[in-house]
Design a protein around this ligand. Structure first.
Ligand code: ATP
Ligand code: MN
Length: 270
């Protein structure tokens, strides 16, 4: 099998570190005894008590997403550097590690998604569900026409204090959660109407039709975006919420946090 080592050896020759995604304890042990090898563990929990650990807020099904996200987190925590070459080992077909990818860390390909998920008040699952709803809404529109929408996620009490109702709140007495199957239908229906949706840290839809009145001071969002995006951006500076906006005019989904635009995705690309 010498021949195979020669060929596949290229995958891990000269790597700066090995990144193990969700390894078992014994698997991790085998790596930590290799001389002068930097080992980074990535996972939702540090079950192997790794010295160097990057937390994933979600179990990403898509392997490329899982790896990109893990490396973005490692870059963020200064565990790796731009240009580092990593051997990323993860499971694809089984519960144990069965695949190795050679990946170069690229600080420019930073999506901002790590900040959005990992350091927010709201549950990462809730943020993911709302992001997916906005993308789905952007793809399909309402009866073929483009629709706009604004979702404010987390810190709902404070968000309610900094906003007022534009109309009766259809969620007033309900206990609807963003994960419920009925939600995507309801939100599509209500997104034709004005204002923002307010969602709690745990994903309860607190209100629709909220007119946000945050102070826009110190908000730095790109010129050319209108009132919906300004209000969405500004509320995330005034509170610990994040905001996800679907633009009716250019069809893009944008996420804001701390008064800044973090990510911009084209629903058509998904
Ligand atoms: N302060 C606000 N709070 C909640 N919703 C708002 C606020 N301001 C505007 N909106 C909503 O955004 C809609 C679109 O407004 P506007 O065109 O100014 O925003 P925009 O940022 O250009 O968004 P789009 O890209 O979708 O056009 C309004 O009809 C209203 O429903
Ligand atoms: Mn507009």
């Amino acid at each position: 099998m010498d021949g195979l080592d020669d060929v596949f050896g290229d995958i891990f020759s000269g790597v700066d570190a090995v990144v193990l995604f969700g390894p078992s304890g014994s698997y991790y042990e085998r790596f930590s005894s290799v001389d002068e090898l930097d080992v980074i563990v990535v996972g939702t929990e540090n079950v192997v008590s790794a010295e160097t650990f990057v937390e994933l807020p979600l179990e990403f099904e898509d392997v490329a997403e899982r790896i990109s996200f893990g490396l973005e987190g490692a870059l963020q925590q200064d565990i790796i550097e731009d240009g580092d070459v990593l051997a990323c080992a993860t499971s694809v077909f089984s519960d144990s590690i069965d695949t190795v990818s050679r990946v170069r860390a690229d600080a420019d390909s930073k999506t901002g998604i790590y900040d959005l998920f990992s350091r927010s008040r709201a549950d990462p699952e809730v943020i993911k569900a709302v992001l997916e709803l906005a993308i789905e809404l952007g793809k399909k529109g309402q009866k073929g026409k483009p629709v706009g929408a604004l979702f404010v996620v987390g810190d709902a009490g404070k968000v309610m204090n900094k906003s007022r109702p534009l109309s009766y709140n259809p969620f007033e007495k309900s206990h609807v959660h963003v994960g419920d199957p009925i939600v995507s239908v309801m939100l599509k229906e209500f997104s034709r109407l004005d204002g923002a949706f307010v969602i709690s840290d745990s994903g309860k839809i607190v209100s629709a039709y909220r007119y946000l009145e945050p102070s826009a001071e110190g908000v730095d969002i790109p010129k050319g975006l209108g009132a919906r995006h300004m209000a969405g951006g500004a509320i995330t500076r005034d509170t610990n919420a994040i905001a996800i906006a679907l633009s009716e005019s250019d069809g893009m989904v944008r996420a804001f946090k701390g008064g800044e635009l973090l990510i911009e995705v084209d629903p058509e690309a998904y």
